[in-house]
Design a protein around this ligand. Sequence first.
Ligand code: RB5
Length: 145
Amino acid sequence: MSESVIAIACDHGGYELKELLKTILLNKGLQLLDLGTDSAESVDYPEFGRAMGNVIESGKASRGILICGTGIGISIAANRNPTVRAAVCHSGLSARLSRQHNDANVLALGARLIGVETALDCVEQFLTTEFEGGRHQRRVDQLGR
Ligand code: RB5
């Protein structure tokens, strides 16, 4: 398990925000695994959500960040992998709660719906908040692996 590796992936709708987040996270010294896409050319989000599922399942990354226009399509794709708990978040609070209560291992952002400051707040909360366990562990266990 690569605890410190964060995978990041997007479709064309999230490309610009992905590149910005990469610069910021690399400057913080974090290790990133970029799964694409690599330009603003139109692509299909299921491929990138699936790629995220594969790296989370394999342990090549312990957390992931997904970005598409809304965060919805790419999170649905990733959540088809039973090892993924991807949460679409629109605020730092939702990102914090996705960690505290749901042990989310993937954050999904909608680049066309939220601004950069909100996206950064979501990422900060997602990466720094611990899972609370307790009654939440029981519920997460019921989701399956
Ligand atoms: C692409 O145009 C857009 O549909 C996609 O980025 C995403 O918002 C889908 O859920």
